[in-house]
Design a protein. Sequence first.
Length: 170
Amino acid sequence: MDSFIELCRHRRSIRTYSHQPVEQDKIDYMLRCALMAPSSKRTNPWEFIVVRDEQKLRAMAGCRTYGSQMFLTAPAAIVVAVDTSLSDTWMADGAIAAEHLLLAAEEQGLGACWCQVYQREGAEELVKSLCGIPEDRTVLCVVSLGYKDEERKDYDLDKLPYSKIHNEKY
């Protein structure tokens, strides 16, 4: 990508993946990017669990009635868990780190999609049990990851909801 706006423009939620495995160096790159995500008072409340096991990934597809089917074809995923005792901004901190993962995936030529787990009935319990996540951690989301097996149109800059932007007052 030549610029950050082009990276953002091209990044779309990808829910269908090819069978091609994701190289470890690409996952390592994404994780380094996530570790540099800002957090309140640099508390770094997030932790990341890389999942490649096909049985675990397919089981994650059942964590929600809708919105988790991408794990049926994803060759990898990254769970974003947080220690809520470290900061009252843990949710924002975890979300920023997850966004770093999404943007880094796109930069590496991969597709990715956020799957909300926090406060989704049964989802967090399933992911925790599959990944051995301690009870004192909260699972915010799981990012599915793989080579794209679908194409999505880039955002059209002329069709962005500019009416959502306000200057000086609402």
